[in-house]
Design a protein around this ligand. Sequence first.
Ligand code: HEM
Length: 407
Amino acid sequence: MTVVTELDLPELDPADPGLSGWRWHVEANGLLDSGNWLAQGPLSLVVLDREAGEFFLRSKSAEFPGQLIADLFGVKDGPLREQIDANIINRRGDDHRRLRSLVNPALTPRAANGWRPAMREILESLWVELETDQFDFVSRFSRPYPSQTIARVMGAPASDAQRLHDWSEWIQRQFDPIALSDPEMVQTMQAKVAEFYEWVDPLIEKRRDLPADDLITTLIRTEEEGERLSDQELRNLVLNILVGGVDTTQSQLSHAVRLLAGKPDQWQALREDPDEMVARAVSEVLRFEPITAFTARQLTEEVEYRDVSFPAGTLLLVCSFTGNRDPEAFEDPQEFNILTERDRTRPLTFGAGIHYCVGANLARAELEEGLRFLAEHVEKIELNGLTELQAVSGIYGIDRMDVRIRT
Ligand code: HEM
C-alpha cells in the first residue's frame, strides 16, 4: 500500500491570491487534464475528482478542521475563538446531530419557500431604487438582496441589514487563510463577533417575550426529544446562519449574472420559460462556478482509499470546481449551458455528508427568485467595463461588476 506522502503529485496553492477568473479555470482544468485525482498544496492535499471528494466529505473518519485552522493561525481566544468553537461546522457526533435536528425545521424546502414573497418584495424595492440602466450589479443588487432577506428571515429590522452584511463578511473570513494570516484582519474579526453578540442577545430576549413569524422564534420553540437550544447555542446558530447565508448567496448570484450576461441566447431561454429554466439555471451556475471552491476535512484516523493510505491527521481540501466537471457525472462538463438537463443533486458546491449546507434550500430559493425577477424585467444584460473578481480561497466573490441593461 502506498502512503500518500510517497506520491508524486502536481502542486496547487488554494490560498494563492492570484487564483481567480481565467487563471483559476486554466490551473484547475490543467490539473484535471493531467489525470491526477490529488494535488499537493502547502498545508493540505487537494482532492480533485467528484467521487473521491464525496468519499472524504462523507467519511466518518474525517471532520471539519475549523479549530485546527484557528490554532494554526494563532486564534486561541477572544469572541472569535468562542464562536469558532461553538460553530455548528466544528461540532461533532451526537452534539452536531442534535444541533442539526434543532435547526433543520427552520430551513426545510417548505420553510425556504415561505420566504419567497419577502424576497420578491426586496427585489422590487431594489429595482425601484435603481433609476438607471448602467450600474454596478454587486452594490445595487447582489449585495443588499441576501442581507435584507436574512434580516427578514431572522426577524431583524430592515434598517440593520447593512450591519448584518458587514458582520457576515468579516466573520466569514474565519475560513479564509489569506485573511487569517493578517493580524489586523483577525483583530477586526474579533471585534465583529463581539458586536454581533451584543446585537443578537437582546433580539433573542425580545423574541422570547414577543414571538413572531421568524427564524429566531422557530429556533426558540424547536424541541427535540425534550431538548431545547441553550442561549449560547442559539446566539451561535443565528450567527452561523447569518455568516453562512449572506456573502455566499451574494457571490453566487453575481457569478450567475456574469455568466448569463455572456450567453444572450441562454438569457433569452430563461425569459421565455422561467418556470422551467430558473431552477436549472441556478443548478448550472452552482455547478460551473462554485463560490465555495474548496471545503475542508481532517482525518481522525488512518484511511485507505484507492490503494493509498492517508495517515491520521491528514488535511484535505475537496475541490468542488474540479469535482463538478467530472465527465462521468456531467455531459459536456466544461460548457456553461442552462439548456442541458443535468442531475441537480450531483455538484459538490454545498458539500456532502453531515455538514452538507443547512441553508441550501434557502440559497436556492433566493437565487431562483433573483434570476426570475431579473429575467422578467430585463430583456438584455451585458457586462459594461469593470468586473473585479476576488480570489477563490474562502468565498469566491465579486467586488464590483458594471452592467448595462435593456428593459
Ligand atoms: C450559494 C450559497 C451557498 C453555498 C455555495 C454554501 C456552501 C456551503 C458549504 C460548501 C458548506 C460546507 C459543507 C461541507 O463541508 O460538507 C456549507 C455549510 C453550511 N452552510 Fe452553506 N452555502 C450557501 C448558502 C447558505 C445559506 C443561505 C445559509 C444559511 C441560511 C448557509 C448556512 C450554512 C451552515 C450553517 C453550514 C454548516 C452546516 C453544518 O456544519 O452542519 N449556507 N455551506
